[in-house]
Design a protein around this ligand. Structure first.
Ligand SMILES: Cc1cc2nc3c(=O)[nH]c(=O)nc-3n(C[C@H](O)[C@H](O)[C@H](O)COP(=O)(O)O)c2cc1C
Length: 371
């Protein structure tokens, strides 16, 4: 089974990603992996914290002469400067962060112990591992994509769901032309971000992830734990600050009647039976149905703000002001990059589970045999 774990702290030596169960014989484009880390780092909404992040990857295991060999792939992304041991104890948890429940859970009065691991810096590891999965999927004709849809409550113009790799690549070119990673950024977003920054505040928003080319039947629906929509939702929800995940029409689907929502099944251009609507988001009964997978994720505003935050000193029990610290203004563009590769990991895992292969050649043969 494909597994991805991460290790490392925000101001520690760096972030490690271990991708285990990846097939042998795949040539990883490490520059492309670094480019995805840079995309995660250099976008609208980020603070100067990103300057600490170096996007060079060191491969510690799992590859020989540029190709995977079937053993766990370990990637190390070194931080520019490790200050974790120099950071002063901080007994005051930030409202809305992981610090208060973490301090209770781990029996510490030092919020830094918790914040170091809860930080979204961890997701550099998920982007690195997921980017490797994205590359394998692309070779198999499955393409993943993430973009910003709303900053605050200001939505970008809706776009048509891409039905082919070519249509998806057109969206990718548009998305890569702006720092919000939106297919069409609105002129309002600069104003919203600079306004929030001026007010010492932060904003949330919505990002979307899409995949085209996934074959029908990925997912293991005979047991609820194997349902692919559940697995994708869990992984996306585990991204820091993501608070809602919806497929296809999502919650807005309640406005439709059954016949509007479900549409029909008809023979498509390839001569295959397929649904005519996209409301279900590409997954039915926990399995891909061959139509594009479309998911939206709502991201809450960043917990650390420049405003006075009232909290409690856990050493003394006193009500105090928690001092602010360097923070992002909006996580949505960066989260769209993380979400894209989180989706890639889940689709890669489901593909390997469905076709079970130890090498890329074997995987290609098995996929071809059911085509
Ligand atoms: C890309 C990204 C960047 C983030 N940057 C910050 C930040 O600068 N300051 C902060 O307090 N929280 C930041 N967060 C959010 C916190 O990590 C997150 O809210 C916290 O760990 C609690 O987890 P939860 O919101 O998932 O419950 C960021 C999240 C993401 C996805």
């Amino acid at each position: 089974m494909l597994e991805l774990i991460t290790a490392g702290e925000s101001h520690g030596a760096g972030i490690l990603c271990v991708l285990s169960g990846f097939p042998a014989g795949f040539e990883i484009d490490l520059e492309a992996v670094c480019a995805e880390l840079t995309r995660r780092q250099n976008c609208a909404g980020r603070s100067s914290r990103k300057d600490l992040e170096k996007n060079a990857v060191e491969v510690l295991s799992g590859m020989r002469q540029g190709r995977t060999i079937g053993s766990p792939i370990t990637i190390f992304i070194r931080n520019a400067d490790s200050t974790i041991d120099k950071r002063k104890p901080n007994p005051v948890p930030r409202p809305g962060h992981a610090e208060l429940p973490g301090m209770i859970r781990y029996g510490t009065k030092d919020a830094t112990d918790i914040a170091e691991r809860a930080s979204a810096r961890e997701t550099a590891g998920r982007v690195a591992g997921g980017a490797i999965c994205s590359q394998l999927l692309a070779e198999l004709g499955v393409h993943v994509f993430g973009c910003t849809i709303a900053i605050g409550s200001e939505w970008a113009e809706a776009f048509e769901i891409p039905e082919s790799a070519i249509a998806l690549e057109e969206l990718r070119a548009l998305r890569n032309s702006n720092p919000y990673y939106a297919v069409q950024a609105t002129g309002q977003w600069d104003r919203i971000l600079s306004g929030a920054e001026k007010e010492g505040d932060t904003v949330g928003g919505v990002f979307g992830v899409i995949s085209v080319g996934a074959p029908p039947g990925l997912g293991r629906p005979v047991q609820w734990t194997g349902n692919l929509d559940g697995r994708i939702a869990r992984s996306l929800m585990s991204i820091q600050a993501v608070k809602a995940v919806e497929f296809g029409a999502g919650a807005a689907g309640i406005e439709l009647t059954g016949s509007e929502y479900h549409g029909n099944i008809e023979m498509n251009a390839e001569g295959e039976p397929a649904h005519t609507t996209r409301t279900h988001g590409g997954i039915l009964g926990g399995m891909t149905d061959g139509t594009p997978i479309t998911v939206r994720c709502a991201v809450k505003p960043i917990p650390t703000t420049g405003r006075d935050m009232t909290s409690v000193n856990l050493e003394t029990g006193e009500a105090v002001k928690r001092k602010t610290e360097r923070h992002d203004i909006c996580a949505v563009p960066a989260a769209s990059v993380i979400g894209e590769h989180v989706l890639a990991f889940e689709l890669c895992r489901a593909t390997l589970e469905r076709f079970g292969a130890s090498s890329v050649d074997e995987l290609r043969e098995r996929i071809a045999s059911v085509d």
